[in-house]
Design a protein around this ligand. Structure first.
Ligand code: 4NP
Length: 146
């Protein structure tokens, strides 16, 4: 799960997907395309919205995505179109590029809808992000379990 800072959207995506899969068989992680917040806890507003929905994401620390992630993981989900382009620019071979998707395309294929960056907005932006990711992750779970 990849966004820009790895403090708002992708930590929520990581927490939501982790809550829906068996951690013995599926490894879920998140990262940012930027390094501004490396080592930081998720944004307090993400922690709070996760908590409201029964998820604890306070074990997460921000990290920057690296090319090796495109080998380690089978599916790389970008939160928005900018993240998507930046992840693709790290890919060196077609097999790496083929793993990169925009997460909302799982729910609405081909529409290239972005999960809006809630960083500069109000608290309801985080709830909106949660709801979008919760629905998209249900489809991801179905896909990876098939
Ligand atoms: P995220 O949100 O990409 O969902 O983690 C952001 C967090 C920080 C910044 C931008 C977006 N920033 O510019 O610091």
């Amino acid at each position: 799960m990849v966004c820009l800072g790895n403090i708002c959207r992708s930590p929520l995506a990581e927490g939501i997907l982790k809550s829906k899969v068996d951690s013995n068989t599926i490894i879920v992680d998140s990262a940012g395309t930027g390094a501004y917040h490396v080592g930081n806890l998720p944004d307090l507003r993400s922690i709070q919205v996760a908590e409201k929905h029964g998820l604890d994401i306070t074990d997460q620390r921000a990290r920057k995505i690296q090319t090796s992630d495109l080998d380690t993981f089978d599916y790389i989900y970008a939160m928005d179109a900018s993240n998507y382009r930046n992840i693709l620019s790290l890919a060196k071979i077609e097999a790496q590029k083929a793993k990169v998707f925009m997460i909302m395309n799982e729910l609405q294929p081909g529409e290239d809808i972005s999960v809006p960056d809630p960083y500069y907005g109000g608290g309801d932006g985080f709830e909106n992000v949660y709801q979008m990711l919760d629905k998209a992750c249900d489809v991801v779970v179905k896909k990876i379990s098939e």
